[in-house]
Write a protein that binds this ligand. Structure first.
Ligand code: SF4
Length: 440
């Protein structure tokens, strides 16, 4: 959104108050803070409305891919560096399957993509997309392969063919799934643009000669009426990927050039595929397509994505409550930890490993870890007592024993006083819990 002064230039300066603001400048300030709408002023010229709409458009267009529960959005990013605010739309991983694979194997490999998922700190991390690549040279075979894959997955599809009639036949049969069409290039862009417009599908625009040439091609495709564009700048080396991706993001979010303000597809192919995928995850790739994504490759990529796309100002949290672990009864002790997700899941895994029944009390520390919460005054004996009361811990555990993290051993005397429980100081590190619990 432009500043109030920039907006003010486009206002009629009548100061009539019909927008429910006393002056045009006050209205401009309200607009800049998203507290008013352009339509609230009946006197802005059409030219002014167009200029305001253009200058308030996001620097990188939001593009929706697919339909149904697995549809996702990419783009609409505003930052060059994550710590400045956060990145909004995580990188999506796509597995490429060639259309010359036999139907049964194609189905099995699609099902394997569906199964590529893990749970970490309470979040499901999964593969997002399947691509069908036209390598057979046979339009009918491509259409058949697309239909086999579409029947085997609810994930969005990327359809890869330079042959426009073949792409048209394949995409036409599944157009309701809003596949991403790949790709318009300097030779076929007019036909591709017509197809994307007719099917209302997003379109990849590919140009590997350089960003100037890509910008020219994007302008032609946009001029042909396609708005939902995804860029492929054809990087074939890590250096090219780094340079082109950074340049596209930089000129877009700094608004020095608007013509490349679109999400980016990176084809991570060849012997450096995993390095390309890793770099693309860190440097602004919206979709990364790979020829294989085995579980041992997927997990580190997913964890990297999770780390980069977590809001740095908001720790991942779990709900503060009392959780049974290893089927505890009334005789099981209570152990507390904080609601910082990483701490909770680490402690949970270590208690499960011990096989000792425990009631796990999660205390609300606004997502801070044990020592940080203690230092910030968000974890005290009173906080723990309040959490125990709220969850009814003492009525579910009659053992009267409270195990506390070794890091906050100094809370023990006060906790004994306010809770009336026997306080045991646990290990400093969660990894010591199995041995500690077995020794009780
Ligand atoms: Fe200014 Fe328009 Fe508001 Fe009147 S209605 S004060 S012209 S912004």
């Amino acid at each position: 959104m432009p500043t109030a002064i920039e907006i003010f230039k486009y206002l009629p300066k009548k100061n009539c108050g019909e927008c429910k603001h006393p002056t045009c400048l006050a209205f401009a300030m309200a607009l800049a803070n998203n507290k008013a709408k352009v339509e609230d002023c009946p006197y802005i010229s059409e030219e002014g409305k167009r200029a305001l709409a253009a200058s308030s458009a996001p620097p990188i267009r939001l593009v929706k891919v697919g339909s149904g529960r697995h549809a996702f959005e990419i783009g609409d990013e505003t930052e060059l560096y994550r710590h400045e605010k956060k990145f909004f739309h995580p990188t999506r991983y796509c597995v490429i399957l060639n259309d010359d694979i036999a139907d049964q194997e194609l189905e099995e490999r699609t099902l394997a993509v569906n199964r590529t998922k893990f749970e970490r700190v309470g979040q499901i991390m999964a593969a997002d997309m399947v691509a069908v690549r036209h390598v057979s040279g046979d339009a009918q075979r491509f259409a058949r392969a697309v239909s086999v894959v579409a029947e085997s997955t609810d994930l969005p599809l990327l359809l890869m063919s330079k042959d426009v009639p073949a792409l048209e036949a394949a995409a036409g049969q599944i157009s309701a799934k809003l596949p991403l069409l790949n790709a318009a290039d300097k030779d076929n862009w007019a036909l591709m643009a017509t197809l994307a417009k007719r099917l209302k599908c997003p379109l990849v625009v590919r140009e590997d000669r350089g960003l100037n040439e890509l910008a020219d091609l994007v302008a032609q495709v946009k001029g042909a009426g396609v708005d939902d564009i995804v860029l492929d700048f054809g990087a074939s080396t890590l250096k090219e990927l780094m340079e082109r991706s950074t340049m596209v993001r930089k000129v877009s979010v700094k608004r020095t050039f608007r013509g490349l303000g679109y999400p980016v597809l990176v084809l991570a192919l060849g012997p450096q595929a995993m390095l390309m995928a890793t770099l693309a995850t860190m440097k602004y790739g919206s979709i990364v397509a790979l020829e294989e994504l085995r579980p041992e490759q997927a997990l580190p990529l997913f964890v990297l994505r999770q780390n980069i796309y977590t809001d740095p100002q908001v720790p991942i949290q779990v709900k503060p409550d009392l959780y049974p672990v290893n089927n505890p009864g009334e005789g099981a002790p209570v152990l507390f930890t904080t609601n910082f997700s990483l701490t909770y899941f680490t402690v949970l895994a270590d208690i499960e490993k011990s096989k000792v029944p425990v009631w796990l009390q999660v205390v609300d520390t606004e997502g801070l870890s044990v020592l940080t919460a203690f230092a910030a005054g968000k974890l005290s004996a009173e906080h723990v007592q309040k959490a125990l009361e709220k969850s009814g811990a003492k009525s579910r555990s009659k053992a009267g024993t409270l195990i506390i993290p070794g890091m906050v051993a100094r809370l023990a005397p006060k906790l004994g006083e306010v809770t009336g429980m026997k306080v045991l100081v646990g290990p400093k590190e969660s990894s010591g819990l199995p041995k500690f619990l077995k020794g009780l």
